[in-house]
Design a binder for this molecule. Structure first.
Ligand SMILES: [Zn+2]
Length: 387
């Protein structure tokens, strides 16, 4: 069954053949969706007939958000840690251990219920593609079950056994890396598309450059593509390692040297910025303008997780990107849609040209600019298309 979507005051396609780059905007637009894909797009006056019709009443329509970085399989609550941080306690990743303990104790059903609630929360706010990492199990069995649960809701699953060194391996990080790159990877690779590591020599809980390289090279040898938690707390080796190994994305990029920026500019790795983390840890924001000036593709994602940033709202991250990182509204929206798709090496999402997935979000306003202009207001939702 085909569906005509009409009444679109402003349609963001991210397709430069349909309108000016980067957003490819068509005004007074219509779309025809067929079999889950965009079959036609253009001015409403020229729209073909379809079996059904949805009129969005003069609102803006954008590609569904592509949230390329999230940690949604966990148990427990760290609101007290957030409160302590707002009173001046620094963030160093140490609180992850409490989520690990709670997650290990939780049943599959409890984890699944939490996961599905968060995915529904995202979808209700316009997110139609989400990447989900493991990393709160940190045993062979708990990492594998985390990824099995994540794979129930998304194809974009990431093995993050090297999130932190768990308490039982304290002082024996190299032994833990051997577990991650050996039996844990073997158990997890069938359920994962990506391998990731928290590369952060400045944290006592995360992994240094050599350990991170070992994790990523083992992941690649097991057939997984790569992404890296890089340069969040310090200008460590993560970004250059990500570029060298051909990772799809280096995530955080908060502390960058000139050599890091040069490496990103010369490589094919997307820089994924997670400004909700800086907001929720009261830390300095990444320098988005420096990356954009160097021509580096930038993605925006939530990093939705119970510790450093518990927001599921891409619109909130767009508002932060515009207000705090001086991205334009157009740059921020591109990064939250097409940028996220690039960070996942997907060409079927993050755009609304013919052949793209029929993943649409409706903004309850005449223009996408309201996403940053009306921070904290729930004005964007996924368009549910029957049939
Ligand atoms: Zn993360």
């Amino acid at each position: 069954m085909s569906t005509l979507v009409t009444g679109i005051a402003e349609l963001v396609t991210n397709d430069p053949s349909l309108g000016p780059a980067p957003l490819g905007i068509v005004t007074d637009a219509a779309l025809v969706l067929d079999d889950g894909l965009v079959a036609w797009v253009g001015p409403a006056a020229g729209a073909p007939r379809a079996d059904a019709r949805i009129d969005v009443g003069g609102r803006a329509v954008i590609p569904g958000f592509v949230d390329s970085h999230a940690h949604l399989v966990f148990a427990g609550d760290r609101s007290a840690e957030f409160e302590a941080r707002m009173s001046g306690v620094a963030y160093d990743g140490g609180g992850i251990a409490s989520t690990v303990a709670a997650t290990r104790d939780a049943s599959d059903d409890a984890l699944r219920a939490r996961l599905r609630r968060l995915v529904a929360e995202m979808r209700g706010q316009g997110t139609t593609t989400v990447e989900i990492k493991s990393g709160y199990g940190l045993t062979v069995d708990d990492e594998a079950r985390t990824l099995r649960l994540a794979a129930e809701v998304t194809p974009e699953t990431t093995f993050l056994g090297a999130h932190v060194v768990p308490a039982e391996y304290r002082g024996r990080a190299d032994e833990y890396v051997a577990l991650v790159t050996g039996p844990m990877l073997s158990a997890c690779a069938p359920h994962a598309r990506w391998a990731d590591v928290f590369c952060e020599p400045a944290s006592a809980h995360a992994f240094d450059g050599d350990q991170s390289r070992a994790v990523l090279e083992a992941g690649r040898a097991a057939g997984l593509d790569l992404r890296v938690h890089a340069n969040q707390l310090s200008a460590g080796p993560g970004v250059q390692l990500a570029v060298e190994l051909g990772a799809a994305s280096a995530d955080h990029c908060t502390h960058l040297t000139d050599a890091d920026v040069d490496a990103l500019a010369a490589g094919s790795t997307v820089a994924t910025l997670l400004p909700g983390v800086e907001f929720s840890t009261r830390s300095p924001y990444p320098d988005a303008r420096r990356l954009l000036a160097a021509g580096i593709p930038v993605a925006l994602a939530t990093d939705c997780n119970p510790g450093s940033c518990f927001t599921s709202s891409m619109a909130f991250c767009i508002a932060l990107a515009v207000r705090e990182m001086r991205m334009t509204s157009a740059e921020a929206l591109w990064s939250a849609t097409a940028g996220g798709a690039a960070a996942l090496r997907r060409t079927d999402v993050g755009r609304l040209g013919v052949g793209a997935r029929a993943d649409l979000a409706v903004v309850d306003a005449p223009s996408y600019r309201h996403l940053a202009y009306r921070p904290g207001v729930p004005i964007v939702r996924t368009l549910e298309v029957p049939g």
